[in-house]
Design a protein around this ligand. Sequence first.
Ligand code: PLP
Length: 325
Amino acid sequence: MKAEADPNVIVYFNGQYMPLKDANVSILTHALHYGTGVFEGIRANWDEESKELFVLRPLEHYQRWKLNCGILRIDVPRTAEELCAITQELIRRNDFHSNLYVRPLAYKCAERIGVATDDRDAFAIVAIPFGEYLHAEEGIHAGVSPWRRIDDNAIPARGKICGAYVNSALASDEARRCGFDEAILLNESGHVAEGATCNLFMVRKGKLITPAVTDNVLEGITRDSVMELARRELGLDIVERTIDRSELYICDELFLTGTAVGIAPVVRVDHRPVKDAALGPITRRLAHLYCEAARGRLPVYRRWLQPVYRTAAAAQSMAVEKSVA
Ligand SMILES: Cc1ncc(COP(=O)(O)O)c(C=O)c1O
């Protein structure tokens, strides 16, 4: 899905809340030319039952953002906790009551020609209504991309560095033109890295397997959530190891994870069925658990959520859960 924002939506820019139409940068901005920015993607999920909007793992997203900004020597002069509070206020000012995507962006803001960076940094946070990214309930068809995942020694894939997303855009565009729903990228050593905008998991012989964080992948927060759910709720063994391309063709289940995609089952890869081309049992259970946890329906995972409005219904259900626990 492509989310176009209303120009009157309130955004946080240069330390102030203002309409999107007034939050502009110069065409000479360093990051616009050289990709010297770092962004984040955070989901907020509306729960109709409790009439509450839950921001999903905002603290972990802001902690990751600040660390990855450090790779580019971009300073975000706010703590992760302050950034969570700014996000909550931003959503409240817009009075949003639907699923959202929150996009923080920090960047080199010097207005000049020349690739060398200096200490002029800026950041903005935008929140916009956002539905499904991939229509994935019945599973998607993924294709291994002819583009290779960028290497850590070129542009680190572990941070959401703006310029690195040329790699994702090339792979994504190519995949869609070839009729696939999503691209799977191999790294320079020829092993599976991840999707263009998501991490990858496969199930083989009852084990959940995903590439290690040293395989040129983004250190995904959904990846981390899925690993916790798999371990704690399903008692699965999780193995972080190199994955061969041909394992994609013989595995029992395959799925992608990310803030935008959630958990997207892959039922076909490179025109081959994954097992019998239907949703696998482990993927189905994990997708259900993740969806419940992200909407505040599993008490153990309430710690992942920041309620925006703290509605009476949400407070009441939390109190009941506390007394039960
Ligand atoms: C390249 C890439 N890999 C993985 C992910 C998943 O990361 P997360 O679960 O933190 O959203 C993303 C998310 O945007 C991504 O762009």
